[in-house]
Write a protein that binds this ligand. Structure first.
Ligand SMILES: Nc1ncnc2c1ncn2[C@@H]1O[C@H](COP(=O)(O)OP(=O)(O)OP(=O)(O)O)[C@@H](O)[C@H]1O
Ligand SMILES: [Mg+2]
Length: 287
């Protein structure tokens, strides 16, 4: 049985009004336990709307969402349980830090789960350590933190609920390269340590391709592709058509190909490019 499944999921904002928008259009996907999924797509393609359905924050206009085979809107208790099992960290989550201390902010989720004080403490400290928030920061007001720290504190608030599925909506957006790398590494470590299912939303094919196993490409509310990273890159020429940037390294390979060099173009990391170029040079007897 798949962990998460959507069946003909559609969602319309402001239905019946002149501002009606079909944000999701008949999405049917399945996600297995332990998978590492990236969701990419142009602005407004429906990424945030989709992930908000996976933990029951939004209710489908039509179609269904299943968690471990059960319709998440079967009854109120089921929906409530799913919200703890599927942890969603919103886009720009730092705007939702509102408690007096960082500790209380991270503890917000575990408190709602009805855990004891000791358990809450344990969950908060573990989550803070995962995201690299030092103990002395926990006593501070969230507003005293740097941008990167705020982002990590917000992510800790979701991790602290020990969800089976962790969903992060654009976790690195707006951060500098160092902050981005740090969060990327943290997500990879978290995944390895907990073996949980992780879903990351991103604008950048380059960021996604480096880390995830499978990619869902959203385009105007539709699931355009849902496949392994390599398979998505084998259809590279489709990406610009659906508003996605081709990674710089892939563009270099495409350019070499257009100049007559017989190189692979389904390449998306510098490492792959290095191997391919060394192979080409050896083949030509240059090396
Ligand atoms: N609260 C809302 N009310 C009305 N329309 C909305 C609302 N939120 C999103 N939309 C519309 O739904 C569509 C999908 O939006 P969504 O935020 O899911 O896209 P996205 O892929 O996450 O975009 P971005 O990359 O900018 O975060 C867009 O056309 C958007 O304008
Ligand atoms: Mg979004």
């Amino acid at each position: 049985m798949s962990l998460i499944k959507t069946e003909n999921l559609s969602y319309v904002y402001s239905q019946g009004s002149p501002f009606q928008v079909t944000a999701l259009d008949n999405i049917s996907i399945t996600i297995e336990k332990g998978e590492f999924i990236g969701i990419i797509g142009h602005t407004g393609s429906g990424k945030s709307t989709l992930v908000q359905h996976l933990n029951g924050i939004l209710k489908p206009t039509s179609g269904k969402v299943f968690f471990e085979g059960t319709d998440i809107f079967k009854d109120r208790q089921t929906t409530k349980n799913v919200r703890f099992k599927v942890g969603l960290c919103f886009q720009y989550p730092e705007y939702q830090l509102f408690e007096n201390t960082v500790y209380d902010d991270i503890a917000f989720g575990p408190k709602n789960m009805g855990l004891s004080k000791d358990e809450i403490d344990e969950y908060v400290l573990e989550a803070a350590s995962f995201v690299g928030i030092k103990k002395e920061l926990l006593k501070k007001s969230p507003f005293e933190l740097s941008g990167g720290e705020k982002r990590r504190a917000a992510i800790a608030g979701v991790i602290a609920m020990k969800p089976e599925v962790l969903i992060l909506d654009e976790p690195t957006a707006g951060l500098d390269p160092k902050g981005r790398k740090r969060i990327e590494r943290m997500i990879a470590d978290y995944r390895q340590a907990t073996e949980s299912t992780v879903i990351i939303v991103s604008h950048s094919m380059e960021d996604i391709a480096r880390t995830v196993g499978k990619v869902l490409v959203m385009n105007h509310g539709k699931a355009e592709m849902f496949a392994g990273v390599d398979e998505v890159f084998s259809k590279i020429e489709r990406l610009p058509e659906i508003g996605l940037d081709v990674p710089s390294i892939t563009r270099i390979m495409l350019r070499l190909r257009s100049l007559g060099y017989d190189v692979r173009t389904d390449i998306y990391t510098v490492e792959q490019a290095k191997d391919e170029l060394l192979f080409l040079l050896k083949e030509r007897g240059v090396l």
